[in-house]
Design a protein around this ligand. Structure first.
Ligand code: NAD
Length: 328
């Protein structure tokens, strides 16, 4: 199968490209290597994928520019598209709300249009647990009303879900929206808690703890997310929305303890007020994904954090005594 992965140089996208190549597919990653975090990290991800297979193709391009996207789709004639490219991040979306709408909403329209026009039959699109906002009921289920988003990022993902439905209803595309719950693992985005905190603890610098430590997240290991995406790609659904989470939320103070254990170092905590845009808890009801996708998260947080720390030590070894902090 020929698959387009938008955002394929990023955290989830680069892992997905590798997984699809291993399954024998030909994969095109479209990514503009945007500067939300260091593009060199994304180039490093691409180098790792390129080493694996000659069925991998990287196209540097921007989903907000419809023409090159359309040309690529017409030239290659993809069987499926997994659309992951986005401006991610809740707090930064409050600073650049219009940019988030342009990339996430307008960009998604261009991806859907290019797919439709070129005869793609199926798309899997990244949504987010943030669409639930301050949902009073836990765990969050796919049919809960989405009336309480609290960030421009969350609002942009709700719009993407609505657009996915439009393209299914009007054009008959098979569209699956996946609400990912805080994904972590090797190559995790450096702005996200586990990665950010691990680096700070290693360097002996204070970890910012927003709120009283009781906020909880449903941390989900990357390989479990990939299992869910692959399961969606194997079947036809018409239009469906699935939560992909671990379904075992963990408090922020517990997360920091687990990182201290895995890193073998104590954390210094810097207590700060809760941030606007942050929800108190995310907690996925995964019964629908279990029933329809056979989805079952396999990697508990304790184990996933050990994998993450092992990767971090390989990817950027901690400065040893007398090493001057350099590494080759
Ligand atoms: P990421 O930032 O590592 O990956 C996104 C990629 O999209 C990046 O490589 C970036 O360069 C690319 N991109 C951004 N704007 C683009 C544009 N205009 N044109 C082309 N490419 C562009 O983020 P990620 O964590 O891998 O997230 C992937 C998807 O999953 C996103 O849609 C995100 O909103 C969603 N998501 C992630 C999480 C999580 O915990 N990581 C949770 C919920 C949803």
């Amino acid at each position: 199968m020929k698959v387009l992965v938008t955002g394929g140089a990023g955290f989830i996208g680069s892992h997905l490209c590798e997984r699809l190549l291993a399954a024998g597919h030909s994969v095109w990653a479209l990514d503009n290597l945007d500067p939300f975090y260091d593009p060199e990290i994304k180039r490093g991800n691409l180098r790792e994928i390129t080493r694996i297979s000659d069925r991998f193709h990287f196209v540097q391009g921007d989903i907000t520019e419809p023409e090159p996207l359309r040309r690529l789709c017409h030239e290659v004639r993809f069987d499926q598209v997994v659309h992951l490219a986005a401006r991610a991040g809740v707090r930064p979306s409050l600073e650049q709300p219009a940019l988030y709408q342009r990339v996430n909403v307008e960009g998604t329209v261009h991806v859907l249009e290019a797919a439709r026009e070129s005869g793609v039959r199926k798309l899997v699109l990244a949504s987010s647990s943030s669409v639930y906002g301050c949902n009073a009921k836990v765990p969050f289920a796919e049919d809960d009303p989405l009336t309480a988003p609290i960030s421009p990022y969350a609002a942009s993902k709700i719009a993407c879900e609505a657009l996915g439905h439009v393209y299914h209803h009007v054009y008959g595309l098979d569209v699956v929206m996946l609400r990912f719950f805080t994904v972590y693992g090797p190559r995790q985005r450096p702005d996200l808690a586990i990665h950010k905190f691990a680096r700070l603890i290693r360097e002996g610098r204070p970890v910012p703890v927003y709120g009283d430590g009781s906020s909880a997240r449903d941390y989900t290991f990357i390989t479990d997310i990939l299992d869910g995406i692959e399961a969606c790609m194997r079947q036809d659904f018409g239009f469906e929305i699935f939560n992909l989470g671990d379904s075992r939320p963990v408090r922020l103070d517990r997360l920091i303890e687990l990182l201290e254990q895995a890193l073998g170092r104590p954390a210094q905590r810097r207590w700060l007020p809760a941030q606007p845009g942050d929800v108190p808890i995310t907690y996925a009801d995964i019964r629908k994904a279990a029933a329809r996708l056979g989805y079952q998260p396999r990697v508990p947080l304790e184990e996933g954090i050990r994998h993450f720390v092992a990767w971090l030590d390989r990817a950027s070894p901690p400065p040893g005594p007398g090493s001057g902090g350099s590494s080759s």
